[in-house]
Design a protein. Structure first.
Length: 238
């Protein structure tokens, strides 16, 4: 479901809290009650996507659609000796450009898991960086301390470990999916039959005990920066 967006008539409620009004005119079947939740699929910030694309070692041409395929390891066993394994389409994300995948479908801001750090360590050319990544991926205490202090986005991890080479296939297959964010519906359908209202606190904070880079909440910042009328992919959860 996708709605055009109306910005609030009387925003902001405070410096960092905004009222979002979604136009639901085209959604005739839509029913909701105050207190239901709206799940919103946001986009990642363009600057972060661009910085990540600049680190990809084998970027496909900008307009090329990429379709992820994974090897069906069981197929050669099923088909018998000597037969080649088949490749199956990965349905995690639809066919799209790498930029679209990083903008709309993949989580590029949550700190990488120890498993992903382990994969990065294999792709690291610098020995010191590799050893540090191995430690972080294997030592739970050090990993938690690093994650808590830096809370690094993927781009920041690649800045901390500049010798990691990043194939596009790794990003497409290993990054977690960008999750919808939920917001409590604060309007009543009887009073506003063609609108859904949300009250959203815009998240931003400095990492590293306020001395590190400024981080922006993915969805709240995306909502804050949308232009009136922009579509908002979303769904109602009762
Ligand atoms: C059922 C439900 C209803 C909700 N209703 C509302 C609502 O009505 N209005 C509303 O505004 N929100 C609501 N939320 C929260 C909302 O879903 C999002 O989590 C919130 O907007 C942040 O999302 P984001 O994508 O902007 O930030 P994200 O990119 O998801 O970043 C948020 C994360 O940043 C980190 N973080 C945040 N602040 C700091 C800090 N100071 N220091 C270090 N790390 C920090 C934390 O890890 C946090 O989880 C609701 C959540 C749920 C589950």
């Amino acid at each position: 479901m996708s709605f055009p967006l109306f910005r609030g008539l009387f925003r902001p409620l405070s410096r960092s809290t905004i009222l979002i009004k979604l136009n639901t005119e085209d959604q005739h079947e839509l029913r909701y009650s105050p207190g239901d939740h709206l799940g919103i699929f946001p986009c990642n910030r363009e600057e972060l996507v661009q910085a990540l694309l600049e680190r990809v070692e084998d970027p496909p041409p900008a307009n090329d659609t990429v379709q992820v395929e994974t090897m069906d390891k069981d197929s050669s066993r099923r088909l018998g000796a000597g037969r080649k394994a088949t490749w199956v389409s990965d349905t995690r994300i639809p066919p799209c450009t790498l930029r679209q995948a990083l903008t709309n479908y993949l989580d590029i801001t949550t700190p990488p898991t120890p498993q992903l750090l382990q994969l990065f360590s294999v792709l690291c050319e610098d020995l010191e960086e590799r050893l540090r990544l191995e430690t972080l991926s294997q030592d739970a205490r050090q990993y938690e301390e690093w994650k808590w202090f830096r809370c690094p986005t993927l781009v920041e991890v690649l800045e901390e470990f500049p010798s990691i080479s990043v194939p596009s296939s790794l990003l497409l297959t290993q990054l977690p999916l960008l999750q919808p964010r939920y917001y409590s519906i604060s309007s009543c359908q009887e009073a506003y039959p063609n609108q859904i209202h949300l009250t959203v606190a815009v998240v931003s904070y400095h990492t590293q005990e306020n001395k590190g880079p400024l981080h922006y909440g993915v969805c709240s910042t995306w909502l804050d920066q949308l232009t009136p009328g922009a579509p908002v992919p979303c769904f109602v959860r009762g």
